[in-house]
Design a protein. Structure first.
Lengths: 245, 182
């Protein structure tokens, strides 16, 4: 059966934000309240059209849960159109299962309100030895797309000559050597960059050694590491020398 | 205050979590249940309106908590922070698990109409739900239930304090509308 494409009705411009719904049932309940219709005698055709219009608007077509509900609504709509004999006791309302789920979900929503209130009241009392939840992770600094990431990886890889994957290196990392080199640089300059430490033609072992050495020195407080923006060259800065004797 | 009440006061002060009756009883096993309850009542009365903290029955146990009226000040001074609020998805999932426990993921998904795996994992991580047992069905699914930590963040004594379903404004037929014998 061919369904005409969903008509987007102008609902005096009420805006629906996907974020505010926790799923298709939530959206459906919202539409039912918006339309002020009886949940137990659902005007399925109207609600189905609305639902389709909204998820079309929202570009939700990827969300399988919403699509599944859309399909269910259309099926119920079709079943409602089938003729039925008068006084047929066997007839089962095709909406029954959906109505039951909606009522059940509505009940859960009511419980959610209750739980949220209880949690809010509880949150106003502190016990002893209360440990604050760990601070949220810093606001996501990495807002990048794949191209940035690949370009950055390429820049690092470009510095590394053909890796010798099959050679067994007796002492793979030379952190001491890198430490010496960084100390020499620190003695010369207050700030310098990553490329000063590893230089062109560094092997992957050099890169790793230098990196570990930098982290170690940063941990000791000898220097500080900064990166003004994602994948920007690292800036290495000498810290005030107050090393313990 | 009686010696037992003082002992309970010390123990409840030292512990940073609710202590259950059994735990409190273990302090002085010979005093008996009635004496223990009387001492708790005495202690709670001693911390009546004259104190900034009060003795609260919570999470199947007892705990000293600050009075609600000081929440703002303490929060603002950042001596202690209010716990992060739970998302609507987390609360929905908790509500379903609390009322249907032990319950499997599939049933939670069905009631919510969306996949709840990630939400359940987060609740497990926060210690609000736990795996209680395995179901009988296909693949012996994990079944979840709520923890004392769940009661604690809601300030409930026990699960009995949750609203009864028939008290809600939404009336609902029994969860499984299977054939009902007439």
């Amino acid at each position: 059966m061919n369904t005409p494409p969903p008509v987007v009705r102008d609902q005096s411009g009420f805006v629906i934000e996907l974020e505010q719904f926790s799923g298709p049932l939530d959206l459906l309940l919202h539409l039912i309240h918006e339309e002020e219709v009886d949940i137990t005698d659902l005007p399925i055709s109207k609600i189905a059209d609305q639902f389709l219009a909204v998820i079309g608007d929202l570009g939700l077509n990827q969300a399988a849960d919403y699509l599944e509900m859309a399909a269910r609504l259309l099926r119920i709509k079709a079943q409602m159109l089938l003729p039925r004999r008068l006084g047929d006791d066997e007839w089962e309302d095709p909406r029954a299962e959906l109505v039951r789920r909606l009522l059940e979900y509505q009940q859960i929503r009511e419980l959610v309100d209750w739980l949220a209130r209880a949690a809010a009241v509880r949150a106003e009392r502190f016990g002893r030895g209360y440990e604050a939840p760990p601070p949220d992770a810093p606001p996501a600094p990495l807002q990048i797309d794949l191209n940035d990431l690949l370009a950055a990886a390429e820049r690092v890889i470009a510095l590394i000559p053909e890796p010798m994957l099959h050679r067994v290196v007796p002492r793979p990392l030379n952190v001491e050597g890198a430490l010496e080199k960084i100390h020499a640089l620190l003695a010369e300059r207050e700030t310098f960059g990553w490329s000063d430490v590893v230089g062109p033609g560094a092997t992957i072992v050099d890169v790793l050694s230098a990196f570990i050495a930098l982290l170690e020195l940063a941990k000791r407080g000898t220097l500080s590491l900064a990166q003004p923006e994602p994948f920007a060259p690292m800036v290495i800065k000498r810290e005030s020398p107050r090393e313990a004797a | 205050m009686s010696p037992l009440a003082k002992l309970l006061e010390a123990a409840l002060f030292a512990a940073s979590r609710p202590l259950t009756l059994a735990e409190l009883a273990s302090l002085e096993p010979e005093s008996g249940d009635a004496a223990l309850r009387a001492a708790l009542t005495e202690l709670r009365a001693a911390y009546g309106d004259d104190h900034g903290v009060e003795l609260v029955e919570i999470a199947e146990g007892w705990q000293f908590l600050t009075r609600r009226e000081y929440a703002e000040v303490i929060d603002r001074a950042q001596f202690a922070l209010r716990p992060r609020r739970l998302s609507p998805a987390a609360l929905e999932t908790l509500a379903i698990i609390a009322y249907r426990q032990p319950v499997g993921r599939v049933e939670v998904d069905e009631i919510r109409g969306v996949d709840s795996g990630a939400v359940i994992d987060k609740l497990l991580e926060r210690g609000l739900v736990e795996i209680v047992t395995r179901g009988e069905g296909l693949g012996r699914p994990l079944l979840y239930g709520t923890t004392p930590q769940f009661l604690e963040i809601l300030g409930l004594k026990d699960l009995e304090e949750l609203p009864r379903l028939e008290e809600l404004s939404v009336a609902l037929r029994p969860p499984t509308p299977a054939e009902e014998p007439e």
